[in-house]
Design a binder for this molecule. Structure first.
Ligand code: ZN
Length: 244
């Protein structure tokens, strides 16, 4: 069985469509999303509609929480706040309710899904010490899970815990070892920040215990035009080009 893992779509319809097209071509059995379906870009309702129609199992991201009115964007910078408040105005009642009802974390098969860090949607896993704290939380969950997927940083990466020693890799090209635990970020579909502007996602093969990362080009220009037409800050359009 293969699970496609996507994160941080951020209302980028062009990127989401390209990613889903590839996931369908790969015949993945399930698609899960690690939160932040909306925010930053210009097509929030279209992206939420797709997630709902495709029955993609998603957890709540910090932008989803603010856009749906569950939280206020106190910790957001000025541009992110502008975009999330714009999104709040755009969302249909149905889509607002859908976002508000998303769980903050979720176990799916042998994996644990969350947005920022375990038990904290807003907190980033950036360093090995951040990862250590989430590995400890993972150990406290029922089921002795060894694999977690997270988003929020928009940078694809993998943290590996081998008996308390945590290392970080940019990629996972071999089978996952049963002697190790893993926290893996697929990167962002709709606003990558690792210097590569292409949409990012991964596929986890449960039978082979393999994680495979993907990068896909999409129509950035079209997404940028929509941002400008919507009256959103032009910096949001520019950053897509640089992957920052
Ligand atoms: Zn995000």
């Amino acid at each position: 069985m293969r699970i496609a893992v996507i994160a941080d779509i951020h209302s980028n319809l062009e990127a989401l469509q390209v990613v889903l097209e590839r996931i369908h071509a790969l015949n993945a059995d399930e698609i899960v999303c690690l939160g932040d379906i909306v925010g930053y870009n210009a097509n929030p309702n279209e992206c939420v509609d797709i997630v709902r129609n495709e029955k993609i199992l998603s957890v709540l991201g910090n932008h989803d929480a603010c856009a749906s009115g569950l939280e206020e964007p106190y910790r957001f910078n000025a541009i992110a706040r502008m975009a999330v408040l714009w999104t709040r105005e755009q969302l249909t009642e149905e889509n607002r309710t859908f976002l508000r009802e998303l769980p903050r974390e979720k176990r799916v098969h042998d994996c644990f899904l969350f947005h920022g860090s375990i038990h904290d949607t807003n907190r980033y896993i950036l360093s090995r010490s951040d990862a250590e704290a989430s590995f400890q939380s993972l150990a406290g969950l029922p089921g002795a899970l060894k694999l977690g997927f997270f988003g929020h940083t928009h940078v694809r990466t993998a943290f590996i815990d081998r008996q308390g020693v945590v290392s970080q890799e940019q990629s996972l090209d071999c089978s996952l070892s049963s002697a190790k635990r893993y926290l893996v970020n697929p990167g962002s579909v709709g606003q990558p920040r690792d210097g590569d502007p292409r949409a990012s996602f991964l596929v986890y093969d449960r039978d082979d215990r393999m994680v495979q990362f993907f990068r896909l080009e999409y129509d950035i220009k079209r997404c940028q035009d929509r941002i400008i037409q919507a009256g959103l800050p032009s910096q949001l359009a520019e950053r897509l080009e640089w992957g920052q």
